[in-house]
Design a protein around this ligand. Sequence first.
Ligand SMILES: C[S@@+](CC[C@H](N)C(=O)[O-])C[C@H]1O[C@@H](n2cnc3c(N)ncnc32)[C@H](O)[C@@H]1O
Length: 312
Amino acid sequence: MGRSSKDKRDIYYRLAKEEGWRARSAFKLLQLDHEFNLFTGVHRAVDLCAAPGSWSQVLSRKLRGKEEQQEVKIVAVDLQAMAPLPGVTQIQGDITKVSTAQEIIRHFEGHPADLVVCDGAPDVTGLHDVDEYIQAQLLLAALNITTHVLKPEGTFVAKIFRGKDVTLLYSQLKIFFSSVTCSKPRSSRNSSIEAFVVCQNYSPPAGYVPNMSNPLLDHSYDVDFNQLEGPNRVIVPFLACGDLSAFDADRTYPLQLAEGKEYQYTPPTQPPIHPPYQQACQLRRDNQLSKEEAPSVCPSQDQDQDQTGTSS
Ligand SMILES: C[S@@+](CC[C@H](N)C(=O)[O-])C[C@H]1O[C@@H](n2cnc3c(N)ncnc32)[C@H](O)[C@@H]1O
């Protein structure tokens, strides 16, 4: 398979390289903004789980614009190191830690954020129940840190897996936001259970004190939220977003997209700087991996930069 084959199979991967985005995920945030107008009036934004940085690129380009507005502050947090971006302050840290929340607030000089976005994903195991559970934990961690840093009436956008406990997550989000919508951008594959919750109008319950515990998913809750009926049922609207004439993430496209426009291969915009698989590749090269059962190919620098492994 040539290096252009992925360009054929994944139109958003190809467009991301051609438009200079670090990952195809950029289109998801752009399409969500198109539907929900996320960026109007935003001066302070937080990008949780930001590496390799395509959502931070979108924030930087949309909020700072061409004039590089000085009053705009953007903070990006990730466990992994990320190549620098103009106007984006990076914190290499864990979103489950209160110290990370304090660092964000320090950067905003005590002011709360207008917008928090989170495209967080754990390393997927391929065991769907485990992956859904960990993703849900990460979403709740993102919600927790958001309650420390978001201003009243602010907006929170986060990746969610629409698994069997999704109603439980919606019910948690509804406690803090008067409007919660689940949305699926065109650039997110239909075959993936990934979607995004767009939570607007942050209004925590009176007397709520932000903390970092996730009591709902520790098996100590005894309400089956899926069984609730009538007015007690948690119903969250579902909205497909992105122009319906936009490219379909599940389709294969020819390399020549338009008559007279010749295809040229574009390398990735920013290869990962310290990918988690680096050590494994080195061990393999040094012949230090104990077993060689399945033939596996170490990902090259050309691989999809959506580091989830799921390429949703
Ligand atoms: C899908 S990638 C994010 C892609 C990013 N939105 C972009 O557009 O480039 C998911 C990221 O979540 C990060 N992550 C997972 N758990 C985290 C945690 N507890 N704290 C901070 N980052 C975390 C991973 O390191 C990974 O970089």
